[in-house]
Design a protein around this ligand. Sequence first.
Ligand code: 3H9
Length: 697
Amino acid sequence: MSDDAVLYSTQGDVGIITINNPPVNALRNAVRTGIKDGVEKFVADPAVKAIVLIGGGRTFIAGADIKEFGKPPSGPDLNSVIATMENAPKPIVAALHGTALGGGLETAFGAHYRVIAPTGKVGLPEVHLGLLPGAGGTQRLPRLMGAKAALDAILSGAHISAGKAKATGIVDEIVEGDLLTEAVKYAHKLAADKAPLKKIRDKKATLESPVLFEETEKAIARKSRGFLAPFHIIKTVKAAVELPFDQGMKRERELFQELLTSSQSAAQRFYFFAEREAAKVKDVPSDTPMREIKAAGIIGAGTMGGGIAMNFANAGIPVTVLENDQAALDRGLKTIRTNYENTARRGGMKAEDVDKRMALITPTLSYDDLKNADIIIEAVFETMEVKEQVFKKLDQVAKPGAILATNTSGLDINQIASYTKRPQDVIGMHFFSPANVMKLLENVRGKATSKDVIATVMNLSKKIGKVPVLVGVCEGFVGNRMLRQRGVQASYLIEEGATPQQVDKVLYDFGFPMGPFAMSDLAGNDVGWRIRQGKKESQQSNTRYSGYVADAICEQGRFGQKTGKGWFLYNLPDRTPIPDPEVQKIIEETSKRLGIKRREISDQEILERTLYPMVNEGAKILEEGMAQRALDIDVIWVNGYGWPVYRGGPMFWADQIGVKKIYDALNKYHEQTGDAFWKPAPLLKKLAETGGTFASL
Ligand code: 3H9
């Protein structure tokens, strides 16, 4: 049965199969069935001489229905649908618009001819879901464009423009005008001309270099570390070159199944939906009216302010950047230009666009120039006194209805809002450094922030290329609050016997791009040191102070990469961390001073002690309502802190390994140390005792 997910019609002697499965025409069972039935119906109809397959609505097929993966298979599998098309005795034309992706493009490969609208895009993005194209894509694409280009396309998962698709043989024609009308004309002519029924399977895949596969493996080794799918993709493309088509298909099927049932793909598929879900706010309906953002203002042209300004310029939104003095302003603007020029040099943007983006950024020393801004984001020094001055001033100059945002990474947004007479317009926008690169945007909702401000800022975040997550006001918000837990244990571990390089290696092997000590060296050890000094944490905290070694390191001026040494040594400009006996000496002296007898610490203990407390903190965050759902925490950690996407995020990972296991371990460490740090959160306890999961909350 195919419900009305697929519609049939005819124009003259051309049968038309229209996919009608909004929003993206994903290939759920009814769509697969409908295409197969449609082809068989038109093949059997003597009045039909050719067939057009087209997507209704905004796109051709955007791929398999990801929600069906992991469920028992039903209906015809996609390969059999494609085979039915390929073996049809009448010409089939796939007419592509929007995005023909994954299984969608593979379906189009089953057609004898492909035409595309000028704005259409194609691609095989399965790698982002921890998969490989599993319906012939790995076998047919190399036969169209050669092994090298096919490997690049499948490994990157990138969208390919209509022009490139034509140039590389993926499509036969780019058609201007109404796509259906043109496709029908094209199909009619093919039938009238008795054009050959081209089957991609009959072509041979060209191999440009005998060492292509070995070289590609080497080239992706670093970027794809820990991921299964890219390496499986190389194997399947190799099969396309070396094996007859049917055997290559068999190989593709085996490797696809292996990935489909892997925990990596489960995590990456979860993550695909998580990122989309995180953009939604439970009590802010999608039809909430939004404020119009036509111009932005940024206070501060430092690293953060400059990076934030670039996001607006990149999105075509004019932005005014304010500084206190001309020299700082000039420096800030110069850095922005240099960043753009570097991107252009590396091929990331057109050289002529550098000036276009710069033209969207207006420097100023006067608050008056912010009076037309629809949103003003403050990125100044992180003290409440400075924020108070800025927000009082903004309250005077900003136009009514302007959104007043703070980029604070830790100060109380409710207090900041209280410096204005319009707390409903105040919100936190916590960008991550470098702000022009990092995708994550923690938007922080104050207690008075109005719903239309939240809706506007969540929407604007996407427009400026960010992945937004809404969080509540609490110390460190969500990301840094959890990071702190990991940092505390990393510090204890080195005091007790581990080395910074051992701790870092355990987390690197887990999949993080770097461990906590290398990360601290990158960010600057002095940042945390100043905060600790400000807080006199050692006297306030009810758990053991964790900053002894870190303080000693900073006292010696070891601020990290910027001073050439920190937790590690650096032979700058090489940024590879090198273990330093000096640091080891400091650590051992500290252990001695604290009366701690150093011992061998296992990698497993390091993993548990650094990651389980993060899950525990995540549970507290959920209890307090500081994150909407567990998946929001996962999106924060994957996008902002390098949590490996193939492990989904800390809360998804906790569900995968078992909440009970984490709960038991927390209790064990609590008993061993008596440290309140280890007390399980009530929510974690409840889930452990009831067999619940974070996903089911
Ligand atoms: C595959 O094809 C395997 C085959 O090789 C082998 C098979 C045997 N399934 O992103 P948006 C939903 S694997 C189910 O916000 P946009 C999405 O969740 C697949 N749902 O819009 C959202 O739902 P909601 C290979 C899907 O305009 C809504 O559609 N294909 C799917 O920013 C709108 O999506 C891919 O990996 C799906 N395949 O971007 C393509 N796709 O509104 C994945 C989307 O409830 N998709 N949804 O939140 C995309 O890259 C983008 O969605 C697309 C549109 C570019 C198409």
